[in-house]
Ligand binder design. Structure first.
Ligand code: PGA
Length: 253
């Protein structure tokens, strides 16, 4: 049985104070213990401490949106795993498509970041997904397979703690989510790859999320898919009531 995940990626939105209010409003609706679902809030770096203070004593977890692959050093403007753990993070997104696209993050860098996350006891959420051009060219599985590579190379003890998020780039922020059929097909492909490299039991316990224009109107279709175990939500995570509806819907699915 895989516990569903509802993760909110706030991206570059919310000041620390706004983030604290948003977290408090969410908790007011879903409660301190939302039940059989893992709820993860991913605020921008400056808001981590404030949001962590609000979620302390609850079952809501904090995630960061990125980390540097080194633990410390001359990397102006970057934030490391040890800093994130010390700021209350338990999770961290790795390889979000906006980082791959705007910050030219390569598969090699995401691979280093996964290891950096584990060194700091952070649980990585590895984001993979094709863009519209790849999909049109029939390269979805090739691209997703390549981006998944670092997960397949992990030591099994580390891979067992990985969450994978399938986020087709063309669906992110577009209002046009993937069809349930497409999401299931890629989810099954990811699980199959995990099984080939790490065995059936690990693959069966790996949580695979879907992300890309998830909203209260479509979440139930995604949560009902056999190889999708949760959602990674951008836009719809910025309104407490909307996000709370996603959390509640994930438990009913
Ligand atoms: P979206 O973003 O829900 O706004 O499409 C998802 C994401 O980028 O994680």
């Amino acid at each position: 049985m895989r516990t569903p995940v509802v993760a909110g990626n706030w991206k570059m939105n919310t000041t620390p104070l706004e983030g604290a209010h948003l977290a408090a409003d969410i908790i007011e609706i879903i409660g301190k213990d939302p039940g059989p679902v893992d709820v993860i809030l991913c605020p921008p770096f400056p808001g981590l401490l404030e949001v962590a203070a609000v979620t302390e004593g609850t079952r809501i977890e904090i995630g960061a949106q990125d980390l540097h692959h080194a633990d410390a050093g001359a990397f102006t403007g970057s934030v490391s795993g040890p800093m994130l753990s010390a700021s209350g993070c338990r999770f961290v997104l790795v390889g979000h498509s906006e980082r791959r696209q705007h910050c030219r993050e390569t598969v090699q860098v995401t691979s280093q970041k996964l290891l950096a996350a584990y060194r700091s006891d952070l649980l990585p959420i590895l984001c993979v997904g094709e863009n519209a051009g790849h999909r049109d060219a029939g390269q979805t599985f090739e691209v997703v397979g390549e981006q998944l590579g670092p997960a397949l190379d992990l030591d099994p003890s580390l891979a067992a703690r990985l969450i994978v998020a399938y986020e087709p780039v063309w669906a992110i922020g577009s209002g046009a989510a993937a069809s349930p059929g497409d999401a299931q097909e890629v989810g099954a492909f990811i699980r199959h790859r995990m099984e080939n490299s790490h065995g059936e039991s690990l693959a069966q316990s790996t949580r695979i999320l879907y992300g890309g224009s998830v909203n209260p109107g479509n979440i139930e279709t995604f949560m009902g898919l056999s190889d999708i175990d949760g959602v990674l939500v951008g836009g719809a995570s910025l309104q407490a009531e909307t996000f709370a509806r996603l959390v509640l819907a994930s438990k009913e699915a």
